[in-house]
Ligand binder design. Structure first.
Ligand code: ATP
Ligand code: MG
Length: 411
């Protein structure tokens, strides 16, 4: 069957923009940011181009490029491209599609070709056609398009039957002004908003399960990321820091490359242990972390802090402890995981690919000098009294003066 469209040598992906489409006057700006992000992530593939058209983003990829010669390799390339597009925040769904002329004949031929493939590859037996007409000047109305294309498929693929309730394949026909598209799958993306459309935040990144997820959630809403990680070298090992860098690298595949400030907290912890009540150690350390993060945030154009705290999860995250932690800084603290259950956080960590790295067993600075009975109901006045025994400003300034900055790149 001869088909004079280009989809014989190209994969075409229709990318839907989700919430971006609701942005009213700002829509072009959001779409532009989204396209920019898609282009950036697809840069590593040869022979790929993408553009905006009538509220959708189209990605076209040559099926065969240097190094890709077999059908199998080409299919892998296709899946890798889909996976990459799926990482772009703001993408609601992706459909691999066939493109054809906007005529009933051309659409019919393409639908038959598509269904032939579906029969061969997946043993499909039943189908249903759904049609949409973006071009209202197209002479055939949507229900009639569906009916006529359905008839063409039945004629072309004799083994198929129509099943309107529970078809093996739901074939979508999208008739547009210049070209039409036939597709089946709507592979879901993560949604959210394009990176760079919602300020910048300083995230407190540990090697645990929670903070990478919290960071990811804020980036998903369009926030640019800068990070701070605290260690207690030599109590914590260089390998523990490497683990955090690797974890950051996974997060970076979604939120782009970012800087991570690495701070040795040990001098502060030693001062606290020497001068303050043991049960207050954890909360005091946490307040120092927040203040250091706030100073770094101010210096790097971040408007807020991000943590992986979660109500009630540990002693330092009781309602009372969070109030006392919050009181250490003026900047808003975003805690996107605050109301989630641990199992749901773990599931999300698995979905975004950070979980396996997070559970690798390495020491964390928080577990150094861990008090036997940490206070779960700290009182701010007592905490302030304890801090008055320390030269907080100097300790914070010294810690920052000794920072190391690591550039994090997508892995
Ligand atoms: P996570 O799994 O993110 O480590 P957690 O459940 O272990 O969280 P805590 O250790 O109390 O909880 O830490 C609460 C939050 O404080 C973390 O989510 C993170 O944002 C920040 N934090 C803790 N330890 C560090 C660290 N070593 N460096 C940077 N931030 C940290
Ligand atoms: Mg932790």
């Amino acid at each position: 069957m001869e088909n004079q469209n280009t989809s014989n040598n190209e994969f075409i992906f229709i990318v839907r923009c989700g919430e971006v489409a609701l942005k009213g006057m700002n829509k072009p700006y959001f779409e532009r940011m989204l396209l920019e992000r898609i282009r950036k992530l697809l840069k590593k593939f040869d022979g790929v181009r993408s553009y905006r058209h009538e509220g959708l983003i189209y990605v076209r990829a040559e099926k065969f490029v240097d190094g890709i010669t077999t059908e199998e390799e080409s299919r892998e390339r296709k899946n890798a491209i889909i996976k990459e597009i799926g990482k772009v925040f703001g993408v609601a769904s992706i459909s691999p599609a066939y493109e054809c002329e906007s005529t009933m004949e051309s659409i019919g031929e393409t639908a038959v070709k598509y269904m032939f493939e579906a029969i061969e590859e997946r043993g499909v037996k039943t189908f249903k056609v759904e049609a949409k007409r973006a071009d209202k000047n197209f002479p055939v109305k949507s229900p009639d398009i569906a009916r006529q294309i359905g008839a063409a498929v039945l004629k072309g693929c004799k083994v198929l039957k129509v099943d309107v309730h529970n078809p093996d394949v739901r074939l979508f026909v999208d008739v547009r002004h210049d070209k039409s598209y036939v597709y089946q799958d709507k592979i879901p993306g993560f949604g959210g908003l394009p990176l760079g459309t919602n300020g910048k935040g300083m995230t407190l990144l540990s090697g645990g399960i929670d903070s990478p997820v919290a960071t990811w959630m804020m980036a998903k809403r369009g926030m640019l990321i800068e990070a701070v990680h605290f260690h207690s070298y030599p109590y914590t090992s260089p390998r523990a820091q490497e683990k955090v860098e690797e974890l950051a690298g996974i997060v970076s595949t979604y939120c782009g490359r970012f800087k991570m400030h690495v701070i040795n907290l040990l001098p502060i912890q030693e001062q606290i242990v020497t001068n303050c009540p043991e049960e207050e150690t954890t909360i005091l350390v946490r307040r120092f972390m927040m203040r250091i993060a706030q100073e770094l945030a101010k210096a790097t154009d971040c408007g807020m802090l991000i943590t992986g705290e979660n109500l009630g999860q540990v002693a330092s995250q009781t309602a009372e402890a969070l109030v006392v932690t919050d009181a250490s800084v003026q900047m808003p603290v975003m805690r996107p995981l605050i109301g989630m259950d641990k199992v749901d956080i773990m599931e999300l960590a698995q979905e975004i690919g950070t979980y396996e790295k997070s559970i690798e067993p390495y020491e964390d600075c928080c577990t150094v000098f861990l008090p036997k009975h940490p206070t779960t109901k700290p009182k701010l006045d007592r905490i302030l009294a304890s801090e008055s025994k320390l030269d907080c400003e100097k300790l914070i300034a010294d810690a920052i003066a000794n920072e190391e900055i690591v550039n994090i790149y997508p892995v």
